[in-house]
Design a protein around this ligand. Structure first.
Ligand code: G1P
Length: 297
C-alpha cells in the first residue's frame, strides 16, 4: 500500500509586489475572493484531499496569516449572543486543529524550490503535496483530491497541468510530454520559464504538486535555475533524469491566476456569480455595463 498523502506545503513567502500598495500591510494570501481569503480556498482544497498537516513557508510581514488561523473566541461569543448561527458556523469551519499548522520562515527569497526545501525536516521521508495559493481552482471535486486519486494508480511525482496559449508558456514551468494518455501524461523533461518560442509544449505546470522525498534531496544541491532562483521545476526534472517517473495531470476545473490583477478580478466575478445571494445583483450589474458599453461603441 502506498503511503497516504497527509502533509501539504503552502509557499506563502512572496512579497506580492503586483498587488502593492495593498500588500504593504496585507499579505497577498489574505486578500479576499468575495468573503474568503485566498489561503482559505487552498486550505479547503487540501482538506478535501485528506491533508492533515499544513506547513506554511512564510516570511517577514506575514503575521496576519497566523492570526487568521487562530480561533476567535470573542468574535464567536458575540455572534452566539446575537444568534447569528450561520455566521458562527462559517467562522468555525475555518478553525484549524491545534498542532495541525506549522509555520516556517524562509529567511531569504531564493525561489520556490528553496521555499519547499525549507520544510524538509517536517516532511521527513514521505510523499507530500505542494499547493500554490495564487492558483485558485474551482472544481466539483477538489483538484488536489483528483490528483491524490490519480497518484494512487501511478507512481512517482505528479504535477497539475493545463494547456496555455503558446505566447504565455514562458510564464510557467512547461512539460516535455513523453506519452499523452488523456488526463495523465508521462513526462520526458520539464523547463522552468522557457524562452519565447523554445517551450517543449504548451502544457504548463499549475500550482499543485504531489512529490516524493527524493525531490527534497535533489533540492539539497541548491542548484540555481531560471531567474537566478532555486526552482522546484528543476528538482522535479532531476527526478526524470534519475529515471524516476513524473506525470502531468490534466485536472477538471477552472483555474484562476490570482497572482495577477486580471486573474484576481476574474476570479472575484466568477466566485461572486456562484453565490446564490449575490448572483442576481452581480449579473444584472454586468449585463448593464456590457449593454451600456455596446451602445457607446
Ligand atoms: C510557479 C512555478 C511554475 C508554475 C507556476 C504556476 O511560477 O515556478 O513552474 O508553472 O508557479 O502558477 P510563478 O508563478 O511563481 O512564477
Amino acid at each position: 500500500m502506498k503511503k497516504k498523502i497527509t502533509k501539504a506545503i503552502f509557499p506563502v513567502a512572496g512579497l506580492g509586489t503586483r498587488f502593492l500598495p495593498a500588500t504593504k500591510s496585507v499579505p497577498k494570501e489574505i486578500m479576499t475572493l468575495v468573503d474568503r481569503p485566498l489561503i482559505q480556498y487552498a486550505i479547503d482544497e487540501a482538506r478535501a484531499a485528506g491533508i492533515k498537516e499544513f506547513i506554511f513557508i512564510t516570511s517577514r510581514g506575514k503575521g496576519a496569516l497566523e492570526d487568521y488561523f487562530d480561533e476567535a473566541p470573542q468574535l464567536e461569543q458575540a455572534l452566539r449572543k446575537k444568534g447569528k448561527t450561520e455566521l458562527l458556523e462559517e467562522l468555525q469551519s475555518t478553525n484549524m486543529e491545534s498542532g495541525a499548522i506549522a509555520y516556517i520562515r524562509q529567511h531569504k527569497a531564493l525561489g520556490l524550490g528553496h521555499a519547499v526545501w525549507c520544510a524538509r525536516r517536517l516532511i521527513a521521508n514521505e510523499p507530500f503535496a505542494v499547493i500554490l495559493p495564487d492558483d485558485v481552482i474551482a472544481a466539483e471535486k477538489s483538484c488536489l483530491q483528483q490528483m491524490v486519486e490519480a497518484y494512487e494508480e501511478s507512481p512517482g511525482c505528479m504535477v497539475a497541468a493545463m494547456e496555455v496559449p503558446a505566447d504565455q508558456a514562458s510564464s510557467y514551468g512547461v512539460l516535455d510530454v513523453k506519452e499523452d494518455m488523456g488526463s495523465l501524461v508521462s513526462v520526458n523533461g520539464m523547463v522552468e520559464k522557457p524562452e519565447a518560442g523554445k517551450a517543449p509544449s504548451n502544457l504548463a505546470v499549475i500550482g499543485r504538486y504531489i512529490l516524493t522525498p527524493d525531490v527534497l534531496r535533489s533540492l539539497n544541491k541548491k542548484q540555481v535555475g531560471a531567474g537566478g532562483e532555486i526552482q522546484l521545476t528543476d528538482a522535479i526534472a532531476n527526478e526524470i533524469a534519475e529515471g524516476r517517473p513524473v506525470h502531468g495531470f490534466r485536472f477538471s476545473g477552472q483555474r484562476f491566476d490570482c497572482g495577477t490583477k486580471a486573474g484576481f478580478l476574474q476570479a472575484s466575478v466568477s466566485f461572486g456569480l456562484n453565490r446564490p445571494d449575490l448572483r442576481d445583483d452581480l449579473l444584472g450589474y454586468i449585463q448593464n455595463i456590457v449593454s451600456t458599453q455596446k451602445a457607446a461603441e
